[in-house]
Design a binder for this molecule. Sequence first.
Ligand SMILES: *Cc1c(COP(=O)(O)O)cnc(C)c1O
Length: 355
Amino acid sequence: MTRPLQARIDLSALQHNLGVARGHAPQSRTIAVIKANGYGHGMLRVAHALDAAEGFAVLNLEDAVLLREAGFNQTILLLEGFFSADELPTLAEYCLASVIHCPEQIEMLEMAGLPVKLDVFLKLNSGMNRLGFRPEAFGAELQRLQASRAVGRITLMTHFACADEAQGIATQLACFDGLAAGLDAPRSLANSAAILRYPAAHGDWVRPGIMLYGSSPFADTNAESLDLKPVMTLTSAIIGVQELRAGNAVGYGATYRAEQSTRVGIVACGYADGYPRHAPTGTPILVNGRRCRTLGRVSMDMLCVDLTGVSDAGIGSPVTLWGKGLPVEEVASAAGTISYELLCALAPRVPIVEI
Ligand SMILES: *Cc1c(COP(=O)(O)O)cnc(C)c1O
């Protein structure tokens, strides 16, 4: 018998969710964001399923090259651009598009003497203050790129800090629109939250990430109500059962102590699989399809679940850690984090099954 933990990846759900993104932004082309190993789902697996997207966005040159070599002819965008000049010949060879967010990158590009022009996404820092040119510098940098023989198509880009929050995007959008007004260049602004909430920010290229994987970017709106279907379902089984007596504790640190006799199931999944160690007692989990709660600390390879109310459960009973029937957002929120982090953290040791 093999360890029962598996991540099931639903490829048709990926395609469905791409359709949802397209439905919200029918005039825009789509750059599917598949950084962080496709948010933990497997970059190439996701790219194959989402071949209908007009582009892909990744972080590393190695990933971009892998995509090209796998035969993807779409736009491939490096979300942080190149990090040093020695990457530039590879960008040219593989026809990769680069974000340009600092003057050093423009200098490197001008000095590189590339045989072909690179398509670039010029990034405006419209208020997030992470990457990008400040509004007062943007026009001059744009002119410099337009004058450069190293540069092909220029897309204007920004990224929102609060598209998923009540604060919204108004200030950042006004900043971007003010600078882009009158410029004849394609635009790219919207992450999942902006695709779902702000049609005014759709522009020419949308950049959905989390929604493709079936998770809601909003704390106050669940995925189902957005018609998003979970792609990853993490499943396992009960591999042990303990009958606690009143006063008995379970797990490291003895952080959970039973007040009365309690049946506890031991589940084959721990933090070395990517389950969050910070998930406290009470984190939701499904046993035999029924909602239960975790007990005590998550250990490296196991965690514990309260079997009160699932008297038919025993060794071999199926467990869902997250996914179909239990939105990953709920587990994330119980553990004080967001679904992105749980999905991206799926450990390489977890076997993946495509469904
Ligand atoms: C990760 C990322 C996205 C996708 O964000 P989601 O919230 O997952 O939709 C879009 N644009 C940029 C620049 C990103 O880094």
